[in-house]
Structures are given as C-alpha cells and as structure tokens.
Design a protein around this ligand. Sequence first.
Ligand SMILES: Cc1cc2nc3c(=O)[nH]c(=O)nc-3n(C[C@H](O)[C@H](O)[C@H](O)COP(=O)(O)OP(=O)(O)OC[C@H]3O[C@@H](n4cnc5c(N)ncnc54)[C@H](O)[C@@H]3O)c2cc1C
Ligand SMILES: NC(=O)c1ccc[n+]([C@@H]2O[C@H](COP(=O)([O-])OP(=O)(O)OC[C@H]3O[C@@H](n4cnc5c(N)ncnc54)[C@H](OP(=O)(O)O)[C@@H]3O)[C@@H](O)[C@H]2O)c1
Length: 271
Amino acid sequence: MDGSVEDIGERLRATAGDQKWTTERVVSVDYWTPTMLSFRTTRDERFRFTPGHYARLGLVSDGGELVWRPYSMVSAPSDEQLEFLAVLVPDGAFSRALAKLRPGDVVHVERGSFGFLTVDQLATGRDLWMLASGTGLGPFVSILRDPAVWFAFERLIVVHSVRQTAELAYRGELAALAERDGAARREAQLRYLPVVTRAPGATPLAERIPQLLANARLEEAAGTPLGVETSRLMICGNPEMARELRQMLGARGFATSRRGVPGQMAFEKYW
Ligand SMILES: Cc1cc2nc3c(=O)[nH]c(=O)nc-3n(C[C@H](O)[C@H](O)[C@H](O)COP(=O)(O)OP(=O)(O)OC[C@H]3O[C@@H](n4cnc5c(N)ncnc54)[C@H](O)[C@@H]3O)c2cc1C
Ligand SMILES: NC(=O)c1ccc[n+]([C@@H]2O[C@H](COP(=O)([O-])OP(=O)(O)OC[C@H]3O[C@@H](n4cnc5c(N)ncnc54)[C@H](OP(=O)(O)O)[C@@H]3O)[C@@H](O)[C@H]2O)c1
C-alpha cells in the first residue's frame, strides 16, 4: 500500500467486495514429509464449494509478484476454515513461496471454486472408487468429510498411491473411517487401500494403480468387481496415470460425462 491513486482504487474495490479474491491468513502448517504438507487458512464466509472442487490460491513470490495456482480443498464444505494438501516441487515458483508459509501469513483465495471431480457429475451407482496418486488424495478427503457421499453409495473405495510410506497423508483418518461398520450405521462401507510403490513390503499392494487394475489385484483387494452398471470412478493426480486409466477403463465400457449425460468416471489432472 503506497497511497497512490491505483492503490486507493484497489482498496476501494476490495471494500466494495468486487475484487476477484479474498485475503486470508494461514492458521496452521503441518508437514507429512519435508516436501509434503497440509495447511489451513481462514475462510471468507461467502466462499462456497462442492467437495472435489479446487480454488486458485495466490502467494507473493520472492520477486514480489503474485503467483496463482489451483489447489483442491481438503476440508469439508461445512468447515469454517479451508484446508489444502500440497507437495513442494523442485524449482516451482509457487512451491518456493509455499515452503516459507507460516501461521499468520497471507494467502489470497479466488472467490470462485471449480472442477468436475464431484459426485454430482456421475451417474448414480452402487460403488464409488476414488483413485489418487500423491496429493491427488486431497479432494477425496473433502468428499469423505461431507456426510452426503456416505448415503449415496453402498461402498466407498479409496486407493492412494505414493512413493514412500510417510506420504500416506490422512492415513489415520481414513483407516478410522474404514473401521466403522457401515451396515450398522446405515451408510456406505469404506475400504482404504494404501499403495506404497518404492518401499517393498510397506503395503500389501505395491504396484502402480494401472498395473493393479490390469492384473485384477485392485478388485481383489477391494473385495468387489468393477462393472459399468455398479461402479463409479474418480481419478486424481498424476496426468500419465490419468491418461492410462482413462484408456483402460474406456476399453471396459466406462465413459466420462458428456453433453449433460452423466458418465461413470471423472478425472482431475494436477499438471
Ligand atoms: C485442478 C488442479 C488442482 C490442483 N490441486 C493441487 C493440490 O491440491 N495440491 C498440490 O500439491 N498441487 C495441486 N495442483 C498442482 C499445483 O497447482 C501446482 O502446479 C503445484 O503446487 C506446483 O506449483 P509450482 O509453481 O511450484 O510448480 P509448477 O511450475 O506449477 O509445476 C512444476 C512441475 O511439478 C510437478 N507437479 C506439479 N504439481 C504436482 C503435484 N501436485 N504432485 C506432483 N507433482 C507435481 C509437475 O511435473 C509440474 O510440471 C493442482 C493442479 C490443478 C490443475
Ligand atoms: N515423493 C518424493 O519422495 C519426492 C521428493 C522430492 C521431490 N519430489 C518431487 O515432487 C513431485 C511429485 O512427486 P510425487 O511422489 O508426489 O508424485 P508422483 O511422481 O506422481 O508419484 C505419486 C505416486 O504415483 C505413482 N505414479 C507415478 N507415475 C505414474 C504413472 N504414470 N502411472 C501410475 N502411477 C504413477 C508413483 O509410483 P512410482 O513410485 O512407481 O513412480 C507414486 O506411487 C515430483 O516433481 C518429484 O520430483 C518428490
């Protein structure tokens, strides 16, 4: 703020509420590993989103300019704060600023939320499969933190593929949800299938998700077959994984939503 005409104009627009973003504060920062973290921010009370959506976050870089990147919400829509799961990628402009983030720091959050990785994009079905690599797990945690999905399906299956065990973010929360007796609660039963690909023996499943689909070990571990009539799939994270799964599932008859016709699978690629 320098008191210039532009600066006063900017402040007036912000006061009038027509700025594209709101300015929030970091509430907490928690590292799962030196390069993977979850952080929470304050939330503008007018900010609305559907679980599975992402928002654009803005941080001030070393050079002083604002850098914007999309991030999926991990928090439930009813949470009064926002939560995100992030990886620090080498030499990333946003990652550099994110690595310095501390409680009390400013994070800008664009007013709109976006994306097609939401339950309402899919045709109704019996089982919902959520396949994630790395930070692609985030939107699925948001979906599971919202009560609606527990009444919309009979089975919920979360598959989280990471390189190392420590990257199994939200493992405790997901394992506890999977312990609940769905039938007794008249809600879906969660199956949580962690996959660690670079530490042999860490998890019963250790191959990449497309391979686990090809050799049917995924269906075996989930205890239910994949079928167009009953299964709905959401896939999030690594774009190569998404491409491969799209091809494999397409060959088995699964389709994405098109021209208002709800499909059986939905994708979000992170780069
Ligand atoms: C719709 C959408 C939602 C996203 N949500 C998230 C999220 O919830 N959490 C998150 O960490 N990132 C998310 N991303 C990626 C995020 O926007 C940034 O790209 C990432 O944080 C790195 O920013 P950067 O400027 O440091 O590097 P960039 O220059 O943006 O990326 C550099 C390279 O890093 C790799 N990379 C980028 N993001 C990831 C990632 N998440 N995991 C593994 N490798 C990656 C890719 O090889 C990419 O080319 C999302 C992207 C999209 C398109
Ligand atoms: N994770 C780390 O230890 C680490 C440390 C420092 C920096 N980084 C950087 O952080 C970024 C993200 O790494 P990340 O580990 O979160 O994401 P990632 O490379 O996408 O790996 C996450 C999971 O997805 C799997 N995967 C990768 N490519 C796949 C494909 N084509 N099909 C199916 N599955 C696939 C990986 O298996 P594989 O193990 O078989 O690849 C792993 O289980 C990268 O830029 C990396 O250089 C990562």
